[in-house]
Structure formats: C-alpha cells, structure tokens
Design a binder for this molecule. Structure first.
Ligand SMILES: [Zn+2]
Length: 568
C-alpha cells in the first residue's frame, strides 16, 4: 500500500474528548472516527487490525470444532420474553418497533436466538455436541459510553454457544474454549491472564475472564504469588484469618461514646483499631432491607452480597432512612437486639473476631468486649468482603497481589438456564427427553484492539504486536530520490506476502518518522542517501527501539526471520 493513497487522516493534537490512551491514539493515527456517542467508524488501518484479530479468532474456533454462522442483529421481542430477559435487561437494550408495531431489539447477545435455532432442528443426541459461533456487531445502550472502543454502544464480538448432552460434554466444550482463548490472546501477542469471574447477570455456575494486563484496565485482578490462583476482585477470596485470640472472654459492657458516630471517631475515642470493630450496614434489596455485618476495616463486596441475597437491585441505605424505618439511632446501630426486626448477614471474618466494639442501638452508646458468636443472634455468615492485596491465597500459603486488566474475553458454563426457559430438548439413547446443556463464550474483538494499544504504546504512539499490526513493514524514503530503490524493496517484500506501507509522500523525513511512530507498524525500514551509498537500509523496531542496518539484498530474508521469531 502506498501511503499517499491511504485513507488515514492523522491528527497532530490529542482530541479533548478522548480520556484514555487507546482512544487518543486511534483518533490521532486516523484509525477511527466517532459517529455518535459510543459508536465509531473503523477506518482502513483499524479495519486491517480487526480483520487480523478476527482471523486468529476464526482459526482457533474452527480448530476446536466451532462452526461459523451469522445470526440476525435485529431480534424479535417474543424470544426475549420467552427467556424472561425482555424485562430484566432494562435500559441497556436498544429496542425498536416495526411498522406493524411488533417489538424488536438490537442484539446485545444471542443466547435466545441461537437456542431457538438449535432446538428447532436438533432432535437426537446424535446431533450433539454443537459449537456454533459468529463474529458480529453487538449493541448495548450504555448509560455513559466512554473510553472509545473500551465501552462503546456498538462493538464487535465473537460469540460461540455450545450445546452438549450432559455436564461432562459441557466440561469438554468449556475446556476447548479455554484452550482456544489462551491461543487467541497469545497469538495476538498480548500479555494476559485468565481469572475466575463472577457469572453475573448471564447466569450459570462457572466462568473465567481473560484479562489483558494494562495500567488503564478497569478491572482489578488478585493473583497468588505461588500458585495459579487468579480472580477478578469481584470474585476473589482470601483465607479467613483464624483468630489467635486466647484471652479471657468477658461480659459485654455498655459504654458512653457521646457524639462519636463513625468508625474513625469511635476508634479515636476508645483508642482502638478499626479491625476491633464491627460495622453494621443496611442494604435495600428491592423487596425489603437487610443488615450486613463486616469487620470495621473491611469493605462489602456488593457482587458477593447480591449473589447471596439473589438480588440484582442492591443499594446501600442511608442511616437516616434506617432511622425512619426501624427507629434506630443514626451512628449507633449494631447487631445486638436486631434479631427478628430484619434479616442479618455477616461476613465470615466477623464470626472469628473477639472483644469487638459495636453500636448499642442507643443514642450515644456502644458495646465493648462483644463476642460475635455469643452475642449476635440470627446471623447467617457468608463470604461478603472484598479480598485485598497482601492477604493469604485461598488455595495455598502464598499471598495475593493486585494487577489491573482489561477484560477481552469471557467463558461461561450456562448449564440448562436457557434450554429450560426455551424448551431446548433432545432425545437421549434411551429415547428420554432431556435438556441440552449449554455454554457461551465471548471475545470482545474491537475491545481487544483497544486493549492491545493500552498495553503497547509510548509517548510517540502505538507499538503494535506484529500479529495484529495493520502492516508489518513501514518503508520510508528520506527524499524522493530513493523512491525507485524503495519501490523495488516494496515489490520484493510484497511478493513474499509481507504487508508493506510505503511512505511515498513528499514530506520531510521528520514528519514521516513522526507519523510512523504514531501508527506503530513494527518494522520501520528507512532508505536514505547515506545507507544506500553502502548498499544498506536503516531498520528500527517499534517495540524495542533497537536499530540495525540490513544489506539491501537481505531485507526480505531478514524481515521474514523477524516475523517468524515474533510468531513463536
Ligand atoms: Zn496460591
């Protein structure tokens, strides 16, 4: 490709609307343009990258028995009503009506339509398993689309759905996708980590996320320094510290703490640490209130709490609201005496504490020397806290550390959630009707492109991993005199299927180099008068900044060699 013909309108300035690096660089490098909030046009450079990612995804899906198909983007409301998700999905779903007032949506995901397609055609266990996938635009009406392609309202996804005869079959499909996803992100040249994840709104009972490691990542990952345990912070657990308390158990004691309401104030007043207190927080569940007990220095993990209470609409209730509802004094609430008034859940750690301080449910009073197991009545204990860096791994004696990541893929075991709702049955060997056992597996294709940039850039621009770079070689001439030689190199490389962008523009070398750094093509070959005098070209690798000189007649061989080395 000649750069003079390439439609890649670069920008000198960083657009103010772009908050994160990948968004800024894609706008500046002429890869994308915004059409509406969270919706983008992919210009040729971006599309070349996306096609490469899609090709890698296809090859890995096909290798594991996937069959590609294409489902409609516009989906009838009836299917979503049948699965019960038409109402649950809420405002994130783009809904529309046709001229006959029939309701449709723009597919945010495709479980309903694929399950219906399969159930209409599959009768027998002999037709299973099936692994069907597509690569297509998805739509989610995010309340606040931001971060460019990271959280758009239209985005490209690969979604595969597996249909098996039983749990063992699902396990095979799940493991196949786990292998495929590791291969995909490895082949894309990315540093990533599979982590345990919460299966959230999609449902099901096992899930892993694939995280591209990057500072700008929205997700926090906790991983063990000794074993392969790694989990999204939403899901992560750490070992409950067994108390080494061996002092004498005392009677609880009511103590005046006038005007001291917050954990900080109470700790200062009583000269104790936050871990010697138990906080009582209140949550609304949509169908009432619950009290949650947690150690004073811990944070409630609302995802875990939502799973335990089976509530998707949890919200923290203010002390003032609780005062109105239950008559409890603001700043002095505690679990003692709450039993019977409200459902009480406690974090596992609380049950291990001794001699703690809690509110006494009387204005200006706290209790000291409280023994949770002895003094708290009617409490159900679960893991409800956020695990944190530095704590002990749940599986071994190692410790947890944190990293930030960008979620680019997720694999789920759905089980029979959708086959049940949509009656996707088959006849087994004995002629018995059974539900298909399903899994679903997504790769955020456009997000992977953005994540690749978040992981690979510097102050001058992008540093593409070669496997997904828009071109492999950026060929630059210092002045128009070298164009005939450059064109010969260009032809030689192109004949070997090496993708070359030849900067044939009549620009100063400085401008060309600046654009080259911004676009981030991995191998930059410069043909200039000095090198030519010695029969050489200057080569600079974008990833490392290393420079070499290659004899003109070895350019093709050395380029090949470099590409092959990167692919290993
Ligand atoms: Zn471990």
């Amino acid at each position: 490709m000649l750069q003079s013909k390439l439609f890649a309108p670069t920008l000198r300035e960083t657009p103010a609307e772009a908050e994160i690096v990948s968004h800024q660089l894609m706008l500046r490098a002429g890869m994308i343009r915004k059409s509406a909030a969270g919706m983008y046009t992919y210009l040729p450079l971006a599309w070349r990258v996306l096609r490469k990612i899609m090709q890698i995804v296809r090859e890995e899906m096909d290798r594991e028995g996937g069959q590609e198909l294409a489902l409609p983007i516009v989906q009838p409301a009836e299917l979503w009503k049948e699965s019960g998700r038409w109402d649950v999905y809420g405002d994130e779903m783009f809904r529309l009506e046709d001229r006959h007032h029939r309701q449709f949506c723009l597919g945010p995901t495709h479980e309903e339509i694929i399950t219906t397609t399969v159930k209409n055609e599959v009768r027998s266990y002999r037709d299973l398993p099936l692994r069907l996938y597509q690569i297509q635009n998805k739509y989610r009406d995010e309340i606040r689309p931001r971060f460019g392609l990271m959280r758009g309202r239209e985005f490209i996804m690969k979604d595969l759905y597996s249909f098996d005869v039983d749990e063992a079959g699902l396990e095979d499909s799940y493991q196949a996708m786990y292998r495929a996803y590791n291969n995909i992100f490895k082949r894309c040249g990315l540093k990533f980590r599979p982590v345990e994840a919460d299966s959230g709104a999609i449902g099901g009972n096992a899930s892993q996320e694939f995280m591209v490691l990057a500072e700008a990542g929205e997700a926090v990952i906790l991983y063990c320094d000794q074993c392969d345990y790694a989990a999204n912070a939403e899901k992560a657990v750490s070992q409950v510290q067994v108390s080494d308390f061996n002092g004498a158990v005392k009677e609880k004691e009511l103590v005046a703490t006038p005007g001291h309401k917050t954990i900080d104030e109470v700790c200062r007043f009583l000269n104790i640490q936050a871990e010697q207190t138990v906080k009582t927080l209140f949550y609304g569940t949509g169908s009432g209130y619950i009290a949650v007990l947690i150690q004073g220095n811990d944070q409630v993990n609302e995802i875990k709490l939502g799973n335990v209470t089976n509530s998707k609409k949890l919200y923290l209730v203010s002390p003032e609201e609780i005062h109105e509802v239950l008559g409890l004094p603001v700043g002095y609430v505690g679990p003692i005496g709450l039993d019977g008034q409200i459902k009480i859940l406690g974090d596992n750690r609380v049950a291990n504490l001794h001699q703690v301080v809690v509110g006494a449910n009387q204005e200006d009073y706290h209790y000291l020397q409280v023994e949770p197991v002895r003094d708290f009545v009617g409490v159900d204990y679960y893991d409800l806290r956020m695990a944190a860096s530095g704590e002990q791994c749940p599986r071994c004696s190692g410790h947890l550390h944190d990293l930030r990541g960008i979620e680019v893929g997720q694999i789920f075991k759905l089980g029979t959630k959708y086959s049940k709702a949509l009656s996707a049955n088959f006849l087994d060997e004995k002629g018995q009707s059974r539900l298909m056992v399903m899994g679903c597996y997504g790769v955020g294709v456009s997000r992977t492109m953005a994540a690749a940039i978040e992981q690979n850039y510097d102050g001058n621009g992008i540093k593409w991993p070669i496997a997904i770079a828009p071109f492999q070689v950026h060929l630059i001439t210092v002045s128009p005199e070298q164009l005939p030689v450059a064109k010969e190199i260009y032809e030689n490389l192109s004949r070997q299927n090496i993708e070359v962008l030849l900067d044939d523009r009549d620009e100063r070398p400085g401008v060309k180099f600046k654009d080259a750094d911004l676009m981030g093509i991995p191998i930059r070959i410069t043909v200039g008068p000095k090198g030519l005098a010695q029969g050489e070209a200057e080569v600079k690798f974008r990833a490392t900044g290393n420079e070499e000189r290659w004899p003109l007649d070895q350019i093709v061989a050395k380029t090949r060699e470099y590409i092959e080395k990167c692919e290993q």
